[in-house]
Ligand binder design. Structure first.
Ligand code: PRX
Length: 641
């Protein structure tokens, strides 16, 4: 299913091959050349320092600043008056910022942060809705060398508190509230609850967005607009000349334990990676209006709403609300209204739009689109075809990008910016230059074609995480121990006879729910914190729209009985502990969980039952087979209801 004539494809494929070979065979030379696409205050002494494996460090000795590369270098050119950011509120309000406007605001906010005593290396937490102040604060933090940690505004007070405590953020920026489906999410109120459990935050800056009443603590909390009145529009803050390995941000993500991991990224290597991956995959140009629909609270938003598009001098679109509010054509109306040329979203969103029906898409003129993208979870061929035909009218390639919070940017994706290999619906195609990906069997051998195995990356790449904040052992254990010597992302994949990669889903206890990453252990620990719950097991159940959804099996303590009320209480508990996105689709009360004789919960058996599979795998070590019968019956009954 190529979208280029075969002749052209062949010629261009040679270019891809050349770049890939050069990047893998001579990475130091390759990256030495490529990193110069950005502006450095000082060139590195060493491209890659691998003396402390697996703590690889790129561009050692180099000095750089993210805000400078995103803004300053454009304001010196004709792009000064180009629109950098188009923001649309859920209520329809539109705000546009030129590169000059953003530069002015970022400098003012950087001055403000300095007034609060924020210094290079200090952490600041940003708990904001999708409003322009979010990227402005990120860039301002980056300008002065403060490390931002953005907390998705759908997370609960507990989740926020955990992230603040782990990063020891000294400043919190939030809003009075954010809009979602016309309702106000009371962010300041949630933040206040979080602050009861934190010790590091000295001040809170509150952006007025929803116009709701909030409690302001004298001496601690300040309105953003009032503070800004005191800062001149000509404020200039010299961008800090930061070490290439100075952390740009921490972003928490779910893993296989109850505690989220603080993934932290460098400044230099991360920026180089984001810059080149965006260029290779989507081939951006100055006429593009780029819209990545991800919330900035996730890595996709960091890399491809903020840093990537701005480094390229693009116009980036940011939308505040729900993609189908107030009507299922909201997304298409935004594309039409702003003339979006490149649109990047998740398979969950695509499946949802597909279900609403073609007429919502066809109501709008989408002829501005030239390229489409997909991210966050495997895209099923049916959704791919629909996206290609109905949204892209058969003329826009679909760039299915496989990557993770940890990788900083795309790893495996079609490369419209180099050449475009023929696309196959459901495959993210081939690794980008510099990515040495492979699929291995359990014992570390290369898996034969069309055989499921573990996806690994053999060599370091500039965008890789620096580590897990405050926990170097967890970094080594999680990513470098499963198959020693290889980076292990935690995904199953296979390669077909053409070498194309097909990512098949998570190989660990992490779910992808509507493209969001949720650890089953986090859910389980939330559930067992309820006094009625003795044990809990959470697994993923396939879902036609969200990809998968969590289902929970709960064993109650003596003296408690299952009830609708208790089910509601548990649902609310998950919502309060993690956030509404983590709510299980079902909570099943059971007498027992299937366990091995040594007491380990047999999750693979539970998963197989939930999926309705006949073959439950090896059940010979089970302690009590009646647990399986009970689960089968309960799950079976729920299906027939
Ligand atoms: O399982 C893979 C899946 O999302 C995981 C990473 O999640 P997160 O760190 O939240 O980042 C999401 C956005 C990059 C991966 O380990 N995943 C991501 N993209 C794809 C994917 N699975 C299949 N195809 C993709 N294109």
């Amino acid at each position: 299913m190529g979208v280029l004539p075969v002749e052209q494809r062949k010629v261009l494929t040679t270019r891809l091959e050349e770049l890939r070979t050069k990047a893998l065979e001579n990475p130091e030379e390759f990256w030495d050349e490529h990193a110069r696409a950005l502006e450095w205050f000082r060139i590195w002494d060493k491209v890659l320092d691998d003396s402390q494996k697996p703590f690889y460090r790129w561009f050692v000795g180099g000095k750089i600043n993210a805000s400078y590369n995103a803004l300053d270098r454009h304001v010196r050119t004709w792009r000064k008056n180009k629109v950098a950011l188009v923001w649309e509120g859920e209520d329809g309000e539109v705000r546009k910022y030129t590169y000059r406007d953003l530069y002015v605001e970022v400098n003012r906010v950087a001055a403000l942060l300095k007034n609060f005593g924020v210094k290079p290396g200090d952490r600041i937490a940003l708990y904001l809705p999708m409003i322009p102040e979010l990227p402005i604060f990120m860039l301002a933090a980056a300008r002065i060398g403060a490390v931002h940690t953005v907390v998705f505004s759908g997370f609960s007070s507990d989740s926020l508190a955990r992230r603040i405590n782990d990063s020891r953020a000294k400043l919190l920026v939030t809003a009075d509230g954010g809009f979602r489906r016309g309702k106000v999410v009371p962010l300041k109120e949630i933040a206040d609850k979080a602050l009861e459990q934190t010790f590091s935050v000295e001040n809170v800056i509150v952006v007025k967005r929803a116009g709701v009443n909030v409690n302001m603590v004298e001496g601690r909390d300040f309105w953003f607009h009032t503070l800004m009145e005191g800062i001149s529009r000509s404020a200039y803050v010299e961008p800090e000349k930061l070490d290439a390995n100075h952390p740009l941000f921490i972003l928490y993500t779910s893993g296989t334990t109850g505690a989220p991991k603080g993934i932290y990224h460098s400044t230099g290597g991360y920026l180089v990676w984001v810059y080149w991956t965006l260029k290779w995959a989507f081939n951006p140009n100055d006429e593009d209006v780029w819209w990545c629909t991800a919330d900035i609270g996730w890595i996709t938003g960091h890399s491809y709403v903020v840093y990537g598009p701005l480094m390229h001098g693009l116009t980036t679109v940011m939308y505040e609300g729900a993609p189908d509010y107030p009507a299922p054509d909201r997304t298409w109306s935004i594309i039409e209204k702003h003339g979006v040329t490149a649109f990047y979203t998740s398979p969950t969103a695509i499946r949802m739009f597909m279900r609403y029906g073609n007429h919502w898409v066809e109501m709008h003129d989408l002829s501005s689109l030239r390229i489409l993208g997909s991210v966050g979870e495997p895209i099923n061929p049916e959704a791919w075809e629909w996206y290609f035909k109905v949204v892209g009218k058969g003329k826009c390639p679909i760039i299915d990008t496989w990557w993770q919070t940890e990788t900083g940017g795309f790893m495996i994706a079609p490369t419209a910016g180099i050449d475009l290999v023929p696309l196959k619906p459901g495959s993210c195609t081939l690794p980008l230059p510099g990515v040495d990906a492979e699929v291995l069997t359990e014992d570390g051998a290369v898996a034969p074609p069309n055989t499921q195995g573990y996806l690994v990356v053999r060599k370091p790449w500039p965008g890789m995480l620096l580590g897990v904040w405050g926990d170097p052992n967890r970094y080594i254990e999680t990513y470098w121990s499963r198959l020693p010597g290889f980076y292990y992302p935690g995904d199953y994949a296979m390669r077909d006879e053409d070498g194309y990669f097909w990512v098949l889903g998570r190989a660990d206890e992490v779910l992808k729910v509507a493209a969001h990453r949720i650890g089953t252990m986090e859910l389980e620990s939330a559930l067992v914190s309820h006094p009625a719950v003795a044990e809990a097991a959470v697994v993923g159940k396939p879902d036609p729209i969200k990809g998968e959804v969590p289902v929970a099996f709960v064993v109650l303590r003596e003296g408690f009985t299952p009830s609708v009320k208790l089910e509601e209480e548990l649902m609310n508990l998950v919502s309060e502990t993690i956030g509404p996105i983590a709510k299980p689709a079902n909570i099943f009360f059971v007498r027992k969980l299937p366990k091995t004789r040594s007491g380990k919960i047999m999750r693979s058996v539970i998963r197989a039952i939930v999926k309705g599979e006949q073959n439950l795998g090896d059940v010979t070590t089970i302690e009590d087979p009646s647990a399986i019968e009970e689960l089968k019956m309960i799950v079976g009954n729920s299906r027939s209801q």
